[in-house]
Every structure is written in structure tokens, then in C-alpha cells.
Design a protein around this ligand. Structure first.
Ligand SMILES: Nc1ncnc2c1ncn2[C@@H]1O[C@H](COP(=O)(O)OP(=O)(O)OP(=O)(O)O)[C@@H](O)[C@H]1O
Length: 289
């Protein structure tokens, strides 16, 4: 089953236009949603959660449409946004007391297991927690009402590497259950490289790519050549390029083919960051049609 099936969603905000976004997240997997600031990641997440109205397109979550008042579906989705202030005036014991009445499938034992695992104090007011502690609490809550799909918007940003690693391990454990899936938006591509099975890349409201991470790393390459060699590279082989002091970096597809075609150039596998940086900051050549 697919945890998410997004088909041709569009949303217009003034001059920002989210255009025909489509992707699929199969259960048992983690998808990283990447893109520069303002690319449209949160807009996509809000459309999925039905907190904003999309202009067109369809969204199916765990085999159901995300129509308004689909409460059963809402129980199946655990959501973590950037730190919320909702529980600030309570401690964890009081927070748990509130949550057990909100969620039908609230699991107290799981909640306190995460609280122990993350070493969170039970009697301290949440407003006195550090940002990382608040994030851990939000993740503990999201995981304790037995969700099948976890949606996290920038949930690991601002956390130190040790905390991030701990949280990423929890995410990987969560998708061991093949009915579970995670959509994770993040600027921290090293996190995504570690945990994501799929990467969806949004740039200026457009879908640049959505594919399995392995395919991406296998397929894309960074080709490096000298300025004078650059002149001889076929335009259609250049997705984006960036001139540096001593060399030109070119984002290419079909890494092996490029390495065989341009034997004087070095073609390295592209990291998620390289692909994103070159798409966002690199120049491109207009092809003569
Ligand atoms: N409620 C709104 N009203 C008008 N414009 C909005 C609204 N919400 C978002 N936008 C615009 O939509 C665009 C995409 O924003 P969005 O928050 O989806 O980007 P993002 O990729 O999540 O960015 P970031 O990485 O900075 O969080 C931006 O130009 C933003 O100004």
C-alpha cells in the first residue's frame, strides 16, 4: 500500500505557484522532502494535512482521500512541526493527561518509553525545555497515538548532531513496521542521506525530481572539467553548471555514460546536497530548439 499518493496538486499564493506536484510514498519507507527556503515544502505538507485548501489535484493518504472531517485518518497521522508552544504551561505528566483524552488510540506506555529514552524531565514546565527537548516531546507525542504516517516539517533543524542521530534512529525503527511511513522535510541533507529511501526535490514550486535515493545517487553525477574543456561538452548533457576558480562543475544524469563519453573529465557520484545546490545556484544553458 502507498502511504501517500499525491497527484497534480497546485496552489497559488500571489506570485508563488506550486505547480502540478505528484509523487508516491510507499509504506515502509521514509521520504525526504527537500528544497530551498520558500520552495513550497510546507505548502505541500499543509495540503496533505488539509490545513490549507489546494487549488487542484488529488491526495490519497493510506488509501483514503484527505477530505475534511476524516477523523479516523487524522488519528493515523502523527505530525511534528517546528517547535509548538501548545504545552508550554504544563509539565509532561499534565501534558499526558490532556493527550490521553484527545487521541482515541493514545498509548501511555509508548509515550513514557519515549520520554525515558529521550531523557526528558517529567515535572519541569515545557516552556523551560530547550528547543531540542521540545522537539523530542513533540516527536514522542506524534509517535504515541499509534500513527501509521508520520509527517515532520523541519523536525531535526536546530538540534545538535547527537540529538539528531537519536531521533533519526527512532524514525528508522518506526518504518521497520511495513505499514508505517514518514514524510520528512529538512534542509539537512546529511540527515536525509542517512535515513531517506526516497527524495522529492521541490524548487520554486516545481517538482524537480522524486525518486529512490539509491537511484538518484546512482544516476546523477558531478562532472568536473577545465574551462577550455567545458566548451566541448554537449549542451544537452549539462543540467546545471557552476564555474569555479580552476574548474567547472557540471550536474549530469547517467553518470556512467558521461564518464565514458568525456574521458578527460572526472565524474563523481552526486550527493543530495550537490544536486540541490547546483539546481538552485547553478547556471543552465538554453538549448536551441
Ligand atoms: N499563508 C500564506 N499566504 C501567502 N503566501 C504564502 C502563505 N504560506 C506560504 N506562502 C508563500 O508560499 C511560498 C512557499 O512557502 P513554503 O512555506 O511552502 O516554503 P518552504 O519550502 O516550506 O520554505 P522553508 O524552507 O523556508 O520553510 C513562499 O513564497 C511563501 O511566501
Amino acid at each position: 500500500m502507498n502511504a501517500l499518493e499525491i497527484k497534480n496538486i497546485t496552489k497559488k499564493y500571489g506570485d508563488f505557484h506550486l505547480e502540478n506536484i505528484s509523487f508516491i510514498l510507499p509504506c515502509g519507507n521514509i521520504m525526504g522532502l527537500i528544497g530551498e527556503n520558500g520552495a513550497g515544502k510546507s505548502t505541500i505538507i499543509n495540503c496533505i494535512l488539509d490545513t490549507i485548501e489546494k487549488d487542484s489535484g488529488t491526495i490519497s493518504i493510506l488509501g483514503q482521500t484527505n477530505e475534511k472531517n476524516n477523523l479516523r485518518l487524522k488519528e493515523d497521522i502523527g505530525v511534528v512541526f517546528d517547535v509548538s508552544e501548545f504545552y508550554d504551561n504544563y509539565n509532561i505528566l499534565q501534558t499526558e493527561n490532556i493527550l490521553k483524552d484527545i487521541y482515541k488510540k493514545w498509548d501511555k506506555k509508548t509515550f513514557y518509553n519515549y520520554i525515558e529514552k529521550f531523557d526528558l524531565p517529567k515535572n519541569k514546565l515545557v516552556k523551560d525545555f530547550s528547543r531540542g527537548m521540545k522537539m523530542k516531546l513533540a516527536i514522542s507525542i506524534a509517535l504515541s497515538h499509534q500513527p501509521k504516517l508520520l509527517i515532520l516539517d523541519e523536525a531535526t533543524s536546530g538540534l545538535d548532531p547527537i540529538m539528531r542521530d537519536e531521533i533519526l534512529d527512532v524514525f528508522m525503527e518506526f518504518v521497520q513496521n511495513e505499514n508505517h511511513a514518514i514524510l520528512l522535510s529538512s534542509h539537512i541533507s546529511s540527515d536525509l542521506e542517512k535515513v531517506a529511501d526516497y527524495i522529492t526535490f521541490i524548487h520554486e514550486g516545481k517538482l524537480i525530481l522524486s525518486s529512490s535515493k539509491d537511484e538518484l545517487i546512482y544516476e546523477y553525477g558531478i562532472m568536473k572539467c577545465r574551462d577550455d574543456e567545458f566548451e566541448f561538452i554537449d549542451k544537452e548533457d549539462i543540467i546545471r553548471y557552476r564555474k569555479k576558480t580552476y574548474e567547472v562543475e557540471i550536474l549530469v544524469r547517467d553518470r556512467e555514460k558521461m564518464a565514458n563519453k568525456y574521458t578527460k573529465c572526472i565524474v563523481d557520484p552526486a550527493k543530495v546536497d550537490d544536486i540541490m545546490t547546483l539546481y538552485v545556484k547553478g547556471a543552465y544553458l538554453c538549448l536551441d530548439l
